[in-house]
Design a protein. Structure first.
Length: 552
RNA sequence: GGCCCCAUCGUCUAGCCCGGUCUAGGACACCACCUUUUCAUGGUGGGGACAGGGGUUCGAAUCCCCUUGGGGUCACCA
């Protein structure tokens, strides 16, 4: 239990889907605020929506937070984090607590049972909309029922919710970031506290838990701003303290649209439509699923399906969730740094910092009020800087771990020595931990299966004599004679060859060789590439290229 | 549509609260040139913003008002 008067912040995700960047940023700020002030950062899982919540999603959130380096002092126990005596930290396990407080409201007349069905309410809502009037819940019928009548209805098994009897009058919200705002009287209607399934709504659970868990500062996304009014009137009715609120600006896509998992479907649909594909590529999704997905814009593919389809179509899906970025090879410390820069800045032209700095420098007064567009290009640049700036050993280790996690096939095909050579050679040209695997497939394909890019071959192997092919033919002899198959020896031999045959222009020799062994014009430095391939593969590939492009 | 909030380069932002030091700073992106065995990196230089209109003031990016624009919210989702 933290000392009295100390700061308690919390991150309270609802466990559906994956942790996305906006949520991660909220968690990071909550963490930093508490951390920098010797307070407590608490994690609570808001799983009151039985339909959407899942244990798998909860676990995913914990893992993602852990990966980002965001540790929680209290909350679900996981990998050294969590615990605490103000639990349980899953709202689904706190129903008795909510019911006890609900009882108080019911008895004082601040809450009441309501029996309208969802359909009833929908009808009223659309009627209001048709008239161009704002819909407000009408409490008259519910409130006029006697206790007796309510009891009878309940006894008869009628489905019921409990609503809050919102007091009259305007409500002024005090916000540490946005200042204050006053909602006119009547803006907040009688919202639901307990759903028909017996679970509390977000509004009720959040107010009860923040009080019971001693939360002093609520930092959350701006979409919750208006909800704060509801929470405040509830706190008053329950006799609760009022935490300090700070509403963080939202994070959007570069085009201003909301960042959502649907962006992946959108991109895939576009690719499918453009290429006029009517049948799913093999081993991706079933024909029925594919057709349904294509037909309905709101139909979403499962993660795994989307990944398979993207792979088959060679489309790179946009990263939305934290684990997408992880898979794409972004570093957790860079994610945190960049996320923090969306909506906050330390000033003094400082942009690069770690979480320790963030914790000591973060302050609500420097949080920006305007929504941010998430710029993946800048993130990539930050990632590149961090990767090229780290020690060689560290890069090799981290890229190896990434490989084991996401590219086990690739890792299996290279020896430890080969991999380390490749990693070292790839360090300075890697923008992500994934680049190495994406760009060097040719190293793990069979010598006879190397796929040649026709433009690359045309430009570097064919053409008027003396062309690349003729150099390659002559170079083949040199390569087979090189005594030690290591980078210095190869460099010596090939440079000597270039001196003799291309007036020292290494490119004239290196490029044909590169195309011959990789199929394209891009690879790690040519000498390293040859070392990784070994003499056998190199010569086999050169021979194959000579054969394929040499005969007419 | 009602209500609430916001408004600086293409993007993230510094400056704004406490008007002059702002011919508005940084970063990413962009353009040009240079370096380079490919790719990438790196180096040098360049273009690029105070949404518009009214006030207040000797003086406004900074304070006030209006307009416009953007966002949020109006669920038995959180």
């Amino acid at each position: 239990m933290p000392a009295a008067g100390s700061i308690v912040t919390r991150f309270a995700p609802s466990p559906s889907g994956h942790l996305h960047v906006g949520g991660a940023r909220t968690a990071l700020f909550c963490w930093a605020y508490a951390k920098g002030r010797g307070g407590t950062f608490l994690l609570r899982i808001e799983d009151t929506d039985q339909k959407r919540s899942s244990d798998a999603a909860s676990l995913g959130f914990l893992k993602d937070l852990k990966w980002l380096g965001i540790d929680w002092n209290e909350g679900p126990e996981f990998d050294g984090c969590g615990g605490g005596d103000r639990g349980p930290y899953f709202q689904s396990e706190r129903l008795e607590i909510y019911n006890a407080h609900l009882q108080r409201l019911l008895e004082s007349g601040s809450a009441y049972y309501a029996f309208e069905t969802t359909e009833d309410l929908d009808t009223k809502r659309s009627a209001a909309k048709a008239k161009g009037v704002a819909y407000r819940y009408d409490r008259t019928e519910s409130v006029n029922r006697t206790k007796q009548e309510v009891a009878e209805l309940l006894a008869s098994g009628r489905s019921a919710v409990i609503r809050f009897r919102t007091p009259e009058g305007p409500i002024t919200i005090q916000d540490a970031i946005l200042g204050q705002a006053t909602l006119p009287a009547g803006e907040v209607d009688d919202f639901v506290l307990r759903k028909a399934d017996g679970f509390p709504t977000y509004h009720f659970a959040v107010v009860v838990d923040d009080e019971l868990m001693g939360v002093t500062h609520v930092l959350r996304a701006q979409e919750h701003f208006n909800n704060t009014a509801k929470h405040m009137v509830l706190q008053d009715s329950l006799g609760f303290r009022r935490p300090t609120y700070g509403h963080l600006p939202l994070i959007f896509n570069p085009d201003g649209s909301k960042m959502s998992k649907r962006d992946k479907d959108k991109m895939l649909r576009k690719a499918v439509t453009e290429r006029k594909i009517s049948q799913p590529p093999t081993n991706t999704v079933s024909q029925e699923e594919f057709s349904a997905w294509l037909a309905g814009k709101n139909v979403q593919l499962e993660h795994a399906q989307a990944d398979r389809l993207a792979a088959a179509l060679q489309v790179v899906l946009p990263e939305i969730n934290v684990d997408d970025f992880r898979r794409s090879g972004y570093l957790p410390e860079v994610m945190c740094n960049f996320l923090a820069l969306n909506g906050w800045s330390p000033g003094e032209n400082r942009e690069k910092f770690d979480n320790a700095f963030l914790a000591q420098a973060f302050d609500l007064s420097r949080v920006v009020k305007t929504p941010a567009k998430f710029d993946r290009v800048k993130l990539l640049s930050f990632n590149c800087d961090a990767i090229t700036g780290m020690p060689r050993d560290e890069f090799v280790n981290r890229v190896r771990n990434h490989g084991h996690a996401y590219h086990s096939d690739f890792m299996r095909k290279l020896s430890a020595e080969q991999f380390d050579t490749l990693a070292a050679a790839s360090h300075e040209r890697s923008k992500t931990l994934d680049d190495l695997f994406r760009l060097n497939r040719f190293l793990v394909t069979d010598d006879q299966a190397v796929c040649f890019d026709s433009k690359a071959a045309e430009k570097n192997l064919q053409g008027a004599e003396p062309n690349g092919l003729s150099h390659l033919r002559a170079l083949r002899g040199v390569l087979s004679e090189v005594k030690a198959w290591d980078a210095p020896s190869l460099e010596g031999a090939i440079k000597a060859f270039a001196e003799a045959h291309t007036a020292g222009q290494l490119g004239k020799v290196a490029q044909p060789l590169r195309v011959a062994v990789s199929g394209t014009t891009v690879s790690p430095p040519i000498f390293d590439t040859l070392v990784i391939l070994g003499r056998g593969s190199t010569l086999a590939r050169v021979d194959r290229a000579l054969q394929m492009f040499g005969t007419h």
